[in-house]
Design a protein around this ligand. Structure first.
Ligand code: FPP
Length: 246
């Protein structure tokens, strides 16, 4: 599926190395079908598999998915527990295949807030997939970008207080090194589904020069073709990083 688009991507040249995704629209997908919201999230798991497989096919090296924000803790308890259950189910169901496919899973965010079962599942998938060399799959869970930046500031302040770092060493690289995303380059492409045009406290630092792609498709309806369309659109852009073209 999507072979025509994939050949076009290959003809165009390099795929974006790092793609970030705000997976949005599960609730609306469920509402359109008069289903409870958790069934929208459940349907969204298939789309996660689609973009992981599409990412592997297209040669994406890092895929960062926004699965659960710190703000999402304010949703009704039933929805939160359904999402946490889905996370455990996703891990149990996908871990072996992700490992076989060469995917290394990392969970970014404040994992101290996760229930013990979810936390153990997260640690398990990170441990079991850590040798994956084809694709880094970052699942942002209990994540907020402002929280991540505040944490970075705290970690740096601690080092200054301990005398490990001097105040004048705190520059952009020092901050970058304390973000959850420190091991990876910034996203080249951000995809947001369901037509909303906002960043919702996601990767605010890292998205400074990222190309944005917004599609009206609701997350559960996303297939790898949508990822390929976004990549093709990206390949047609001119990235200037604040400079002018020669
Ligand atoms: C946003 O849709 C989506 C979420 C808050 C959860 C995303 C979760 C999944 C895709 C499934 C689980 C994934 C993994 C990796 C285990 P929304 O609820 O805000 O939708 P709405 O804006 O239409 O209400």
């Amino acid at each position: 599926m999507g072979d025509d688009l994939l050949s076009q991507i290959r003809l165009n040249g390099a795929a974006p190395r790092h793609v970030a995704v705000i997976m949005d629209g599960n609730g609306r997908w469920a509402r359109e079908r008069s289903l409870p919201r958790p069934l929208g999230h459940r349907a969204g798991m298939k789309a996660v598999r689609e973009v992981v497989e599409g990412g592997l096919e297209a040669g994406v090296e890092v895929l960062t998915l926004f699965a659960f924000s710190e703000e999402n803790w304010q949703r009704p308890a039933t929805e939160i527990s359904a999402l946490m259950q889905l996370l455990e189910e996703y891990i149990a169901r996908e871990v072996a295949e992700l490992k076989d496919q060469g995917v290394a899973v990392h969970v970014l965010g404040d994992r101290t807030r996760l229930a013990p079962g979810a936390r153990a599942a997260v640690e398990r998938i990170e441990r079991e997939t850590r040798d994956g060399a084809r694709l880094a799959l970052n699942l942002c869970i209990s994540y907020s970008s402002r929280g991540e930046l505040a944490r970075a500031a705290r970690l740096l302040a601690e080092e200054v207080l301990k005398g490990v770092k001097r105040l004048e060493d705190i520059d952009e690289d020092a901050i970058r090194a304390k973000l959850y995303t420190a091991p990876w380059s910034d996203p080249d492409l951000l995809i947001r589904t369901s037509g909303e045009c906002r960043l919702s406290n996601f990767l605010l630092w890292q998205l400074a020069y990222t190309e944005l792609y917004i599609t009206p498709v609701l997350w559960p309806d996303v297939t790898r073709r949508d990822l390929f369309q976004a990549i093709l659109d990206y390949q047609g852009r001119e990235r200037r990083f604040g400079r002018i073209t020669a």
